[in-house]
Design a protein around this ligand. Structure first.
Ligand code: FAD
Length: 468
């Protein structure tokens, strides 16, 4: 057995979970709590998947802790316990700054309704009708209407209102105006409800609390454990091959991305032609770039907002937001309140990005492109915090290549797949009994809240399967 698997392992587990993203962690925890023996295998040395952090120059940088909806409070209380629930706090100041408008909002429904009336001069009835329509959308509705058509129906020709309503969702999951309005509606009504929330203490604290909970419930956790293949015999799951060793399992839950799960871990030869035809239509969502800034100890900055949607693009454009030289980015500003036990100032600039733009660059071109991206971010940040360049002592950056390297996800996707991925994920165990997928699919199941909720749903499926 490889040194990565130094732990004493059983020859067989009721369930093996591949990957420790929020979906994998939640699923493993629920199944262990239900009394099953669970082995969690993660190829990286750290748990959390994209819910991750890293240390540089004495700072701790959060990668995907930019904001999640209020629903996290209920979900975490119910499925992860009080300590995690109690650390969820609001992010009160959300700023938009672009050529069409500048405003600060609490990101609550009431505040959005007020702003659209007062600042954009739209009749109250229209705004209320829009929110009613979006709130009442459900997954089984007609899926032919696009988000663009939905916006045109309520706010015809108002590209400024479209931008206010769409830009945060595009940052949150890469979706465009041409995707089904239903996917927009569900994410929007989740977010535009009681504001945006964060985790006090940072991602490291969240994952540490989750790890303790998993261990208390008896989950065996192994990191640096790359699952090479799911063992399937006569169409049924038998276990996994990890770092060259076979481990038997009653069921396998893959958190390794639905495309990798089908193409690489199970192998296409295990599936029917009709399933593969549908699977080949699944599109992965785009990836991300980030630039991380740490401020020299002793330096301070003014409160400029917690999350800033900053753009110089004349109008909203999902394509512009993915360009390498995009002028559209979010700045997440982490003040000392983020980690009261380790007070610090860090700022993370996040941009949507296409994997292909970065994948083909040679080493020199890659380093140069990263440097140019860093420069663009500092230049932009200077607009909000003049003189910030002199206060920064640590700079790091990530590209779609980085996200691919750490998660192995197809094209370094940050948000799983588009809409079609959900059906494939849900029908996997009907194709291969005992094989389940959990993790970001179909926008609705993506993000911190979506991944955790999906972990609960899949754990119920697996529990039912193991008892059947
Ligand atoms: C830059 C960025 C910013 C984001 N910001 C936000 C935000 O502000 N709010 C929000 O709600 N969401 C945000 N997200 C999205 C959110 O982080 C993800 O949707 C969520 O964390 C994904 O969870 P998951 O369960 O799908 O698994 P993932 O996090 O994708 O984890 C999958 C895990 O499987 C492991 N794995 C893969 N293959 C194997 C293998 N063969 N063997 C063993 N292990 C394997 C990987 O190493 C990884 O740990 C952001 C994402 C990114 C990239």
């Amino acid at each position: 057995m490889n040194t990565a698997l130094k732990k004493e392992l059983l020859p067989r587990y009721d369930v093996v979970v591949i990957g420790s993203g929020l979906g994998g962690l939640t699923c493993a925890n629920r199944l262990a709590k239900a009394g099953h023996s669970v082995l969690l295998l993660e190829h990286h040395f750290q748990l959390g998947g994209l819910a991750t952090w890293f240390k540089r120059g004495g700072h701790i940088f959060d990668v995907s802790l930019h904001g999640f909806p209020y629903g996290m409070v209920k979900t975490c209380k119910k499925y992860w316990g009080k300590a995690i629930r109690d650390a969820i706090v609001p992010l009160p100041n959300i700023v938009f700054n672009n050529p069409q408008f500048k405003l600060t909002t609490t990101f609550s429904k009431e505040d959005f309704i007020r702003i659209i009336q007062e600042k954009f001069h739209i009749a109250e009835q229209t705004v209320v009708e829009f929110f009613k329509t979006v709130d009442s959308m459900n997954f089984y509705d007609d899926q032919s209407m696009t988000t663009r058509e939905l916006f045109e129906q309520f706010f015809p020709g108002r590209s400024d209102v479209h931008r206010l309503l769409m830009e945060p969702i595009t940052y949150a999951n890469g979706s465009t105006l041409d995707e089904p309005a239903i996917t927009y509606g569900i994410v929007f009504s989740n977010f535009m409800n009681k504001g945006v929330f964060t985790f006090e203490g940072g991602t490291d604290k969240l994952i540490s609390l989750m790890t303790t909970e998993l261990e208390n419930n008896g989950v065996t956790i192994v990191t640096r454990a790359l699952v090479e293949r799911v063992a399937i015999e006569q169409g049924k799951v038998k276990g996994v091959f990890v770092n060259g060793e076979f481990i038997e399992a009653g069921a396998v839950v893959s958190n390794a991305g639905i495309t990798n799960t089908v193409d690489k871990l199970a192998g296409r030869d295990q599936f029917k032609e009709s399933f593969l035809e549908q699977f080949d239509r699944v599109e992965v969502s785009n990836s991300s770039c980030q630039v991380y800034f740490g401020l020299r100890k002793g330096e301070t900055i003014a409160e400029i907002g917690d999350l800033i949607f900053s753009s110089s693009a004349p109008e909203f454009s999902a394509a512009e937001m993915r360009r390498m030289d995009t002028s559209s980015r979010t700045f997440s500003v982490y003040y000392p309140k983020t980690r009261p036990e380790h007070p610090d100032y860090t700022i993370v600039a996040s941009m949507n990005a296409d994997y292909d733009d970065w994948a083909e660059l040679d080493d020199n071109q890659y380093q140069q492109a990263k440097q140019e991206m860093i420069e663009r971010c500092i230049h932009d940040l200077e607009r909000y915090l003049p003189g910030i360049r002199e206060k920064i002592d640590t700079v790091e950056s990530a590209t779609p290549r980085t996200f691919h390297r750490y998660t192995l996800h197809t094209r370094g996707t940050s948000f799983g797949t588009k809409f079609e991925g959900l059906d494939i994920s849900r029908s996997l165990h009907k194709e291969i009994p005992g094989l389940f997928h959990v993790g970001s699919v179909g926008i609705i199941m993506s993000g911190w809240l979506g991944a955790i909720n999906y972990g609960v749903i899949v754990a119920n499926d697996v529990d039912g399967f193991l008892h059947s």
